[in-house]
Write a protein that binds this ligand. Structure first.
Ligand code: ASP
Length: 346
């Protein structure tokens, strides 16, 4: 008798596991994604029509590739990687190839990724030779027991992950170098550590320079959210400075229960305000809509602190919001219903 019962249980168990493997994942038709290429003092008067076209074309290419990934049934994480790699490979944006220079004339990049389904996350900071830091961040998430790796250690791990590497000549961009020289000159006239307190750090770092951190948030056909961010940081950054972009909860966050967020702006403020997680927390604990939560953080909290920047965010229904409090933000979105927009200015 007991033997018979055990046999029945065994059959039921086998059936159940075979069926659960065959069960197709439920598909959500409302897939969507949003992209940013950085916020800052991006003014139409400083832009030529040709340059504007270069930016919109590149954002469009990255957005379209991410969209194609999602429409073919790829995951939101795959879309994050595909799109961000395209922007990292372009000198137009401050990430990967187009990374800005540190105070000692080097390029140090940060990147992070988060999976809203599992709440797993990975990030790298202060890496100098990884061609696409976002791929290394994903590898940290998927192939290590850790969340964040920095500098040489992150690069050593990226070798194991078979990430592509590039030398400093690849990351050198004359325009970025000229920007850096201009900032250096300004710094000579206005030291950062002004003891009179008359200069806010945001002025030295941020005012009339354009930024171009890149980020992507996506909702896939299976209802899973993901977010990723990649950056060269801020021009003239010093002493191994790390910004918000590789910090989970500050520059990047994703949770299927709420939203996926990627930020851009003056990192020190974004870290202190835990911006990306704050948006999610306002939704989770206060029941705010995506747009209201993001607005609260970018337009109220950060503005009251004097911090410039913005974010892109998407919720589990595919709603998208892209608030920023700076002059401009390279941004765009695409939805499965065919809606698409690419914007630069306010
Ligand atoms: N948030 C980046 C950082 O502070 C910079 C940016 O978004 O432009 O490193």
């Amino acid at each position: 008798m007991t033997k018979n019962i055990s046999f029945i249980f065994l059959i039921l168990f086998i059936q159940n596991s075979v069926f659960s493997q065959q069960k197709p994942q439920k598909q959500n038709v409302n897939f969507a994604l949003a992209i940013h290429g950085g916020a800052g003092t991006i003014l139409k008067k400083n832009m030529t029509p040709e340059l504007e076209k270069e930016y919109t074309d590149k954002l469009n290419e990255a957005l379209q590739k991410g969209y194609d990934t999602l429409s073919k049934g790829g995951s939101s994480l795959d879309a994050v990687i595909v799109s961000i790699k395209i922007l990292e490979d372009s000198p137009l944006f401050n990430a990967g190839k187009g990374s800005v220079f540190t105070a000692d004339g080097k390029n140090e990049m940060d990147a992070s990724i988060m999976d809203g389904k599992t709440l797993m996350a990975g990030s790298v900071a202060g890496v100098r030779k990884i061609k696409n830091p976002i791929t290394a961040a994903r590898c940290v998430m998927e192939k290590s027991q850790h969340v964040m790796m920095v500098g040489n250690g992150a690069e050593q791990f990226a070798v194991q992950c078979k990430c592509d590497f590039a030398d400093s000549a690849y990351f050198f961009d004359q325009k970025r170098w000229n920007q850096f020289q201009k900032i250096k000159e300004k710094e000579l006239n206005k030291p950062v550590l002004d003891t009179t307190g008359s200069i806010k750090p945001s002025e030295v770092f941020f005012k009339d320079e354009k930024f171009g951190t890149v980020g992507l948030v996506a909702l896939d056909k299976y209802g899973n959210l993901a977010a990723g961010t990649s950056t060269g940081g801020m021009t003239n950054k010093k002493y191994g400075r790390v910004g918000d972009s590789p910090i989970i909860g500050a520059g990047t966050y994703a949770n299927n229960k709420t939203c996926a967020v990627s930020c851009t702006g003056h990192g020190e403020f974004f870290i202190r305000s835990v911006v990306a997680y704050d948006v999610s927390a306002l939704m989770e604990y206060k029941g705010l809509s995506l747009a209201d939560a993001a607005n609260e953080v970018i337009m109220k909290k950060l503005v009251s602190l004097g911090a410039e920047g913005g974010l892109i965010a998407i919720d589990a229904k595919g709603n998208i919001t892209m608030p920023f409090n700076s002059a401009g933000m390279y941004r765009g979105y695409m939805k499965s219903d065919g809606k698409k927009e690419i914007l630069i200015y306010r």
